[in-house]
Design a protein around this ligand. Structure first.
Ligand code: ZN
Length: 279
């Protein structure tokens, strides 16, 4: 269905040139960002999201009516070993390295794995929440993964001054069916002010996030780059479309920028030249 051929050097260099020439970059990431970290795409996975009963249980209504039944199902879907053991891949690390070069990188992600933050990006906005966090819906006390994993149904352990236990079943931080995505307005504003929008590893099929690249398309000075294995409806408006694995493409482009900065190549946007002082 899609090509597994390696992305050509000229294409990587074009991406590197666009990144190099941009100071304010908005990144939108989806499941394809984390594929190389061993995390499956639920939507294209033959398993979980094909189970209608399980899908219905991942809703705010189900959580409110059946909190004690909700949590074991939620853990089955989201707190799986491949999620809990996942580490940032070369693509996550490359985005963090770009920020380390002094560029403003704002990452808006549909992923709930938290890997952009682990990689070191400091401006990460998790549109669908984070699977490693939970909060009490009554007293709003936040909880971390260890507490969530400690019992089948995690509850609030906060006590008031008289020693009365709150004890309410927690809400996961992950956005459930029936809840709005987060940071959407912030994403619109960030895109309007950006030089470049990178869309990585998402096929742009789920609204409203799928509409975000339109804000870049409407702003003529915002260049749009799409890296995804499959076509998206925005491809025809993009400055550059790359069919490839996100981790490979992004890490190769950032490696190219590092080489250029070291003087191995003098200009990333020009034709590739032989190294003068290869190190
Ligand atoms: Zn509480």
């Amino acid at each position: 269905m899609f090509s597994e051929a390696p992305v050509r050097d000229e294409v990587i260099e074009e991406l590197a040139g666009l990144l190099q020439n941009s100071e304010n970059i908005v990144v939108l990431t989806g499941a394809g960002m984390s594929t190389e970290s061993g995390i499956p795409d639920f939507r294209s996975d033959s398993g979980l999201w094909q189970d209608d009963e399980l899908m219905q249980a991942m809703s705010l209504n189900y959580l409110r009516y059946f909190p004690e039944r909700f949590w074991p199902k939620f853990k089955h879907v989201f707190l799986r070993p491949e999620y809990l053991q996942a580490q940032p891949n070369s693509g996550h690390l490359a985005l963090a390295k770009l920020e380390g070069m002094g560029k403003r990188i704002q990452v808006f992600t549909q992923n709930v794995d938290g890997l952009h933050g682990v990689a070191g990006n400091t401006q990460v906005f998790e549109l669908h929440g984070n699977l490693g966090k939970a909060k009490c819906p009554v007293c709003h006390t936040p909880y971390v993964l260890d507490h969530i994993l400690a019992t089948d149904v995690p509850r609030c352990t906060w006590e008031n001054q008289k020693g009365a236990l709150c004890g309410h079943v927690l809400d996961p931080d992950t956005v459930l069916f029936g809840q709005d995505v987060r940071h959407y307005g912030r994403a619109q504003l960030a895109i309007a002010k950006a030089d470049l929008m990178l869309v990585l590893g998402t096929s742009l099929t789920v609204d409203p996030v799928a509409e975000l690249p339109h804000f870049a398309i409407e702003q003529t000075r915002v260049q749009l780059v799409i890296v995804n294995l499959e076509p998206t409806y925005c491809d025809k408006w993009a400055r550059l479309v790359i069919r490839g694995k996100v981790a490979e493409v992004v890490s190769q482009a950032v490696t190219h920028i590092v080489r250029v900065r070291k003087g191995v190549w003098s200009d990333p946007s020009s034709a590739r030249r032989p190294a003068q002082n290869a190190q």
